[in-house]
Design a protein around this ligand. Structure first.
Ligand SMILES: O=C(O)CCC(=O)C(=O)O
Length: 711
């Protein structure tokens, strides 16, 4: 068979979808492509299929078993991005760095002109698509921009090697996929060009790329099992060649890529995509020579190739100068046993998520010296900010300074609640049994801190929180599900000590808030919005932050929560911000949506912060008043490498509908008697018996409180 007469296996599916291209019927019955926008005035004809018919995804036919198994795979999108240095992309299909492409993922967004066989991939570039209201799918409705990163990265790197990954949503993959995401192999970029594709209103321009497997000598794992060479579409370099013709109009060479003959593929040429030959077929397909041509691979950048030489990245090792909480240790790993990509979920190391694979890579953090933390904190600018509509009052004594910020509500002279920022004096931080000491003891505790699902729990597109967390006392559902809560009866001592400290901060903040409110002549906040009574805490959430971990904007407005939330920051500094929620008339005016288009100019995910408080090592922060959670979001951006935030709340047990959960909250949230008998007195920086005021050691022989600060 001559090359051009061989049926284009693997092309049929895509090409059938293209038959909807607008055609005009002329008298000789010969069909020819009608350039877009040219009205057919000859005679009525059948309407062309709608755009959604053109782009509708066919059901995948029966797929054959693969010849082999992928070297690397993943069931979750985020783990893929976390574990593979050549695909650190959490959203886009192409991973680039400094405009160099490293990896491409082709999943469900395969276009109708895409092609997949065991040595060649042809795919359209993503980006610039919009949701089609008729089909609910992402469709291109206008020309693709030629200055986007994927276009620039691929078009300028012909001949470079990148890694191709397939998702099981890709209906052109010729074999059954053993896992949802499978790394295919190294491919070189052989061609980049522009095409016209049918779109809803008119044809639009789209960028395309052709990739060819680098190692042509070894059969691809994703070739069909038992396939002949022809069926697997395996060809050698030099066996086929695709003709190149130089355009007479723009003088640019283009390959003859289509069965409609040659067309200039320079999108700036006036003859762009105008086919020279009439053809008997209405179906625009790739030319077999273009599909079968093979290219020998010459490394364009041997140094880069060597760095990515193995598709399985080496396991991380803790180097001598690291503590284990640096950003590089938050990435994922490829399990050396089963080759699954795994995110770092646990504070203490990595665990393979494959059922039955017991691989673990522990990496306990080294102790972070307090002096490192103090250096970070001293460098951190105490750049507090509050909006002019926030009322502020500062209270000072020998042991602490407290700034109370009263946040406005929606109506004039009504307040939502307060944020109180306590800064302890140096003695309370440095003394034995003080804050520095508590930080060191917290580090020594073996806490079950984990990253939890922030979105789409358990699903392929599950996203993990950036920080690690664990819960003590009554179970708390904090946006993310913290299932494994431990009762206060079995909480580590630093957690219980912090509960006492935060209880003092909470009580004091309620008192200082009301002292401040009493001084506001215009205050017309309805009774009860900012309660006068402190509701005791029965829960503590411990958050652990590695370098560059953060917590994005959210509120603590669950209906089960009492009005006071108090936290203690230990370790690296961070900036906490409060932003009014969208649509509220609080703070600076929000960008209003345009009356005609309904679109908001430069819409921001969050509104500008109205309050910023630097949470340095040893700072207590208390939010009081449930309306704060109703009107404001808060976020925290740590600035250093290692931080704990310990936050106490009161869970209203009566709001828990399930009797068992209610009982659990009762039992787990109960403070053991030996701790319930003691209180922290921040005005004197001492732990003392509630009944007598006698200064005492903490239960379990925890470092004795120093009464040097007693007044
Ligand atoms: O990290 C922090 O200090 C606060 C965390 C937080 O926003 C929360 O627990 O709701």
């Amino acid at each position: 068979m001559s090359p051009s007469s061989v049926p284009a296996s693997g092309q049929g599916l895509a090409s059938k979808l293209i038959q909807s291209r607008k055609r005009k019927n002329d008298d000789d019955g010969d069909d020819e492509y009608e350039p877009s926008g040219t009205p057919n005035t000859k005679r009525p004809r059948k309407d062309p299929p709608s755009h959604s018919e053109i782009e509708s995804k066919p059901k995948p036919g029966p797929r054959r078993e693969p010849h082999g198994q992928p070297l690397v795979w993943s069931e979750k999108r985020a783990s893929l991005a976390a574990a593979l240095p050549y695909y650190k992309s959490h959203q886009g299909s192409l991973y680039t760095s400094s405009l160099v492409p490293y990896g491409i993922l082709v999943d469900a967004q395969v276009g109708t002109r895409d092609h997949f066989s065991s040595q060649v991939i042809i795919t359209s570039l993503g980006g610039g698509r919009v949701i089609d209201n008729d089909t609910g799918k992402m469709e291109r409705d206008k020309d693709q921009k030629d200055d986007g990163v994927p276009v620039r990265a691929l078009s300028n790197n012909i001949g470079r090697r990148i890694v191709a990954i397939a998702g099981s949503g890709n209906w052109l993959i010729p074999v059954k996929m053993p896992h949802y995401y499978c790394v295919l192999d190294y491919f070189q970029i052989t061609d980049f060009w522009w095409e016209k594709i049918p779109a809803k209103v008119k044809e639009v321009q789209q960028a395309m790329v052709r990739l060819e497997k680098v190692d042509l000598a070894t059969r691809s794992w994703f070739a069909p099992k038992g396939a002949s060479r022809e069926e697997a579409r395996e060809f050698d370099v030099g066996e086929y060649a695709c003709k190149t013709i130089t355009c007479g109009t723009c003088n640019t060479p283009s390959k003859e890529k289509f069965n409609w003959g040659w067309a200039c593929l320079n999108k700036d040429c006036e003859k762009f995509f105008e086919f020279a030959l009439k053809t008997n077929t209405p179906l625009l397909e790739y030319n077999e020579n273009f599909l079968r041509e093979r290219t020998s691979y010459t490394p364009t950048n041997p140094e880069q190739d060597a760095r990515l030489d193995s598709l399985i990245p080496p396991l991380p090792e803790l180097d001598d100068t690291s503590l284990g909480c640096e950003e590089k240790y938050k990435g994922g790993i490829v399990c050396p046993r089963c080759h699954r990509c795994n995110n770092r979920v646990e504070w203490g190391g990595w665990v393979c998520e494959s059922p039955g694979c017991e691989f673990r890579l522990p990496m306990p953090l080294r102790m972070v010296p307090t002096e490192n933390i103090l250096k970070e904190n001293n460098k951190f600018k105490d750049s507090r900010y509050h909006h002019e509509t926030i009322r502020k009052q500062v209270f000072k004594n020998d042991h602490y300074e407290a700034a109370v910020y009263i946040l406005p509500g929606e109506h004039p002279n009504e307040y939502a609640g307060s944020v109180t920022d306590f800064k302890l004096n140096d003695k309370a931080i440095e003394r034995d049994g003080g804050i520095n000491d508590l930080y060191q003891r917290m580090q020594r505790e073996d806490m079950p801190l984990k990253r939890r699902a922030a979105k789409n729990a358990g699903q392929r597109i599950e996203e993990l929180t950036s920080h690690f967390s664990t819960n003590f006392g009554a179970p708390y559902k904090f946006g993310v599900v913290v299932k494994d809560s431990a009762g206060f009866h079995s909480a580590p001592k630093p957690v219980m000590e912090t509960l006492l400290r935060l209880t003092w901060a909470g009580q004091e903040a309620v008192r200082l808030t009301h002292e401040t409110l009493e001084g506001l002549k215009d205050n017309q906040t309805p009774e009860g919005v900012i309660p006068k009574e402190f509701e005791p805490f029965n829960e503590q959430l411990v958050l652990g932050y590695f370098e560059k971990s953060k917590i994005s904007a959210h509120d603590d407005g669950e209906k089960e929560l009492g009005p006071t939330v108090a936290s203690l920051s230990l370790g690296s500094p961070s900036m906490m911000k409060w932003m009014p929620k969208k649509g509220l008339k609080i703070g600076e005016p929000e960008n209003e949506p345009d009356k005609d288009t309904g679109k908001t100019k430069n819409p921001k995910k969050q509104r500008a912060p109205m309050l910023k408080i630097p949470l340095q090592h040893g700072r207590f922060m208390v939010m009081h008043g449930a309306a704060i959670q109703k009107y404001y979001n808060h976020s925290v951006d740590p600035a250093g490498i290692h931080r704990f935030a310990m936050t106490c709340r009161s869970i209203k047990k009566e709001t828990i509908p399930d009797a068992k959960q209610r009982e659990l909250a009762e039992v787990d949230g109960k403070i053991p008697d030996e701790w319930a008998a003691i209180q922290y007195n921040g005005n004197r920086d001492t732990f003392e018996l509630k009944e007598t005021g006698q200064i005492v050691s903490l239960p379990g022989g925890v470092v004795e409180s120093n009464d040097a600060g007693h007044d």
